[in-house]
Write a protein that binds this ligand. Structure first.
Ligand SMILES: C[S@@+](CC[C@H](N)C(=O)[O-])C[C@H]1O[C@@H](n2cnc3c(N)ncnc32)[C@H](O)[C@@H]1O
Length: 426
């Protein structure tokens, strides 16, 4: 049943008396009805061309009732008039199942790179990465460090909590184990929660640790039992966002990717997240609630992230010296990719601003690789590239037959490939 103020407010709105309508809507205070009033107030401010207030009230409407869809429409209407990139507008579009196709939301974010340009392609592909220069075969186009990186759950306590350098030997019987220990005997910092860092600098750089220390045990256990790492990565992303001064801006790099359909939410993780973050999770209400943001992040990690294999300490040494005599054993750089040496490598996953915006092709012109002693990934030309070419990589083993490639791409990334090779069905 609508209150008198509500009815009068609507009449004033129809008459074009928006200030009076706002005053009446502001008097409608029944808690369960607040979201529609905030949404109406947002509509009034839109008419008055007061965009910041239109955005403010649309967001209040969502915050009050994240399920109330009209609030998201209001936010998109108001946000479309701002030039500034805006996570909440993009999230509203995801909530309403729309494509995040509006280049103006991310153009500024992707500007300023000298090697590549990010442009919108079409509705199906979303964005893509284009070359700004010419490159020869095997030339490194760019190197990028991830926005966030995390080891596979099995390796969580075996590596540095920040740089992912291997700190504990995973294979006690390996004949290079003693050498590994010898190289790695520098002062390792161990936190009481079990997390290790190679040095003080790495400990300082892992700034989310203060929020997560001693709170992750239950979640780590859950991830280990289920052989999944993404809940832990999402906990890290939540911490990064919640610690930041500007939640809006720190959310943006994680939601900018095209990653539909969203993966359903699994309520099993609820108690762990409530235990870790408590009432801080309410800060996500303005974006549709933390479980919705969790769904977006899980989908982005599944469809967009890249595997990284940072060099292990033995490989790092061999990279800089052709041969080494350690512990009476001669090691030479030819061994760098020997299985006994790679056994010390930590498998990890990272989310990259540019590299994870690369589209797939079964006949790609680029590939990704670890080329130095860091967890950065390099984008390398696999053939000559001209200025303006779209840069592509293969998400899968592109030597597979046509039908297997198509079903693998659909199952893992939800698209059918129309690259030149697939168009010829080879
Ligand atoms: C790693 S992202 C690439 C960046 C993405 N285009 C964007 O706008 O953020 C992967 C997603 O891009 C789209 N995509 C990539 N390659 C494609 C292709 N060859 N054909 C159709 N869609 C593709 C799919 O939606 C896929 O899930």
């Amino acid at each position: 049943m609508e209150s008198e103020e509500h009815q009068k407010g609507k009449e004033k709105f129809k008459e074009g008396k928006y200030e009076e309508a706002i005053e009446l809507f502001k008097k409608c205070h029944k808690k369960e009805q607040r979201a529609p009033f905030y949404s109406n107030i947002s509509a009034c401010y839109m008419k008055l061309k007061d965009i910041p207030k239109a955005i403010k009230y649309a967001r209040k409407s969502i915050e009050e009732t994240p399920e109330f869809e009209k609030g998201y429409y209001r936010l998109i209407n108001a946000g479309e008039n701002t030039r500034e990139y805006n996570s909440s507008v993009m999230i509203a579009e995801i909530k309403l199942g729309r494509e995040r196709k509006e280049e103006k939301y991310w153009k500024e974010y992707y500007s300023g790179n000298e090697e590549v340009e990010v442009k919108r392609i079409n509705l199906e592909y979303g964005k893509g990465v284009f070359s700004k220069k010419r490159y020869q075969k095997e030339e490194i186009i760019m190197k990028e460090i991830p926005i966030i990186q995390i080891s596979k759950i099995e390796d969580y306590y075996n590596c540095c909590g920040f740089c992912l350098k291997t700190l504990c030997s995973k294979e006690p019987k390996n004949k290079y184990n003693q050498i590994f220990k010898e190289i790695n005997k520098e002062e390792i910092i161990k936190c009481k929660c079990g997390m290790k860092y190679c040095n003080f600098k790495c400990q300082q750089l892992d700034y989310t640790h203060s929020l997560l220390c001693n709170k992750l045990k239950g979640l780590i256990n859950y991830c280990n039992i289920n052989h999944i790492s993404h809940p832990l990565c999402i906990a890290k992303i939540f911490a990064t966002i919640l610690i930041s001064q500007n939640i809006e801006k720190s959310l943006f790099p994680f939601v900018v990717f095209h990653s539909s359909p969203l993966i359903p939410f699994n309520s099993e993780i609820v108690p762990f997240f409530l235990n870790i973050f408590g009432s801080l999770l309410l800060k996500f209400n303005i974006y549709g609630g933390w479980t919705f943001i969790y769904q977006i992040l899980y989908s982005v990690l599944k469809y967009n992230s890249s595997s990284i294999l940072p060099l292990n300490p033995i490989q790092s040494l061999l990279l800089n010296n052709n041969s080494l005599l350690i512990d009476n054993t001669l090691l030479s750089s030819s061994l760098i990719n020997h299985p006994d040496i790679t056994a010390f490598t930590i498998e990890a996953e990272g989310l990259f601003k540019y590299l994870n915006t690369l589209n797939h092709s079964c006949s790609p012109n680029c590939f990704l690789a670890n080329t130095d002693d860091s967890f950065a990934l390099s984008l390398i030309a696999s053939c000559p590239i001209s200025h303006g070419d779209e840069l592509t990589i293969s998400y899968i083993d592109n030597t597979l037959p046509y039908s297997q490639r198509q079903s693998l791409l659909y199952d893992s990334y939800h698209f059918y490939c129309h690259c030149p090779k697939c168009n010829l069905m080879i």
